[in-house]
Design a binder for this molecule. Structure first.
Ligand code: SAH
Length: 352
């Protein structure tokens, strides 16, 4: 029988399993704190647990660790980009950013992505599988240990579509915010989606307090379908209705992500359409100068995002241009993983 991935278990689940094994309930909390507070990932180092119980733990459970395969450090700011190797040899990326209020981390939720947005490197490298809650969590715990810091904000904006790994992402959110464990308020978490409408409704019901970011990138249905295949299933009007429901249900403002791409979505007419679509909504627009992806010809001229922001401002829509951090280690999301796969295929699997 496969061992149980202990880092993916909530405290209640761990309590249940341990009591079924004949242990006292309070042991679960002790172990949970070793893992999530003291960050000890070796059962033998859990010193207030009896040798007997430690042996049982080793028999029944595994600790699903990640390994830092590559670390890219920015020389212009303190951004660090990690390429993590998972236990099965797959890779994911994580970015740690320093702001004046603290550290924020961008985590991946899947190995690759099925969504097929054609400006995104995560899609080009192909989809393999969803991440376990422990694998999302350990991207954070490893980076914190590596830098000896604590992160104060999390964005689910790395590789993958969080709402396509809904159960595990919810589990991760509950683990990361557990009062007996890591205890980070979900108010400091943003979840970014390409717009899986039914899941937006489900998430609204949970009123988690997190910020929902919706990757819009075009207010024109035809154009959006060209660049984001998910739009062929859930058209813009449906998506906006779901967003309005989310805002009304949760009382939270939505952020719309908009990557400004020359000749695709950057004209004044595009800004007009976007303003008409969002007028009156409790939302904010985050403009991102599109990151170059080797395989694609998309680009943005310098300042195009700022010009687009002005077009929106003229129409009464609030927008900011996302600050670029770590521009010297810029590798659009998913590119490190793709390159690592290629390298490893090319050199017989040797670690670099
Ligand atoms: N699947 C989720 C989260 C991962 S992508 C989503 O679609 O929102 C995180 C953000 O980066 C999304 O807004 C995505 O559209 C954007 N993005 C992807 N590739 C990009 C690129 N080349 N340039 C700028 N933004 C990009």
């Amino acid at each position: 029988m496969d061992k149980i991935d202990i880092l993916s278990l909530g405290l209640d689940e761990l309590e249940k399993i341990l009591t079924e094994l004949g242990e006292k309930k309070f042991r679960a909390k002790q172990i949970f704190q070793w893992l999530h507070v003291k960050r000890v990932f070796d059962f033998d180092k859990m010193t207030d647990i009896s040798v007997q119980l430690r042996t049982l733990l080793k028999e029944k459970f595994c600790i699903n660790g990640l390994f830092i395969q590559k670390r890219l450090e920015s020389h212009t700011d303190n951004t660090v980009k990690y390429l993590y190797r998972l236990n099965d040899g797959n890779f994911v990326e994580t970015v740690l950013m320093e702001y004046n209020y603290g550290y924020s981390i961008c985590v991946s939720t899947q190995v690759g992505c099925k969504m097929g947005c054609n400006f995104c490197a995560s899609t080009i490298a192909g989809y393999v599988r969803s991440l376990e809650p422990s694998e999302i969590l350990m991207q954070i715990y490893n980076a914190e240990a590596d830098r000896n810091i604590r992160v104060s904000g999390i964005v689910l904006m790395g590789i993958g579509e969080p709402l396509d790994n809904y159960e595990n992402v919810l589990k991760f959110l509950s683990l990361v915010s557990d009062k007996n464990g890591n205890n980070l308020s979900l108010r400091h978490v943003s979840l970014s989606t390409c717009g899986i409408v039914p899941k937006i409704y489900e998430l609204a019901e949970l009123k988690l307090g997190l910020t929902l970011s919706v990757s819009l990138h075009s207010a024109d249905d035809r154009r959006r379908s060209e660049i984001m295949p998910v739009n062929r299933k859930y058209h813009i009007p449906e998506l906006i209705t779901a967003c309005k429901y989310y805002i009304q249900k949760t009382g939270r403002r939505i952020t719309f992500e908009y990557a400004v791409i020359d000749g695709v979505n950057s004209s004044e007419k595009d800004a007009g359409r976007l303003s008409d679509l969002l007028r009156g909504m409790n939302c904010h627009v985050n403009l991102i100068p599109v990151n170059k992806v080797k395989e694609r010809n998309y680009h943005t001229t310098r300042g195009a995002a700022a010009v687009f922001a002005e077009y929106l401002a003229k129409r009464g829509i609030n927008a900011t241009v996302r600050r670029t951090l770590g521009s010297d280690i810029e590798a659009a999301c998913g590119q490190l993983r793709r390159d690592a796969d290629k390298e490893i295929q090319g050199n017989g699997g040797a670690d670099k």
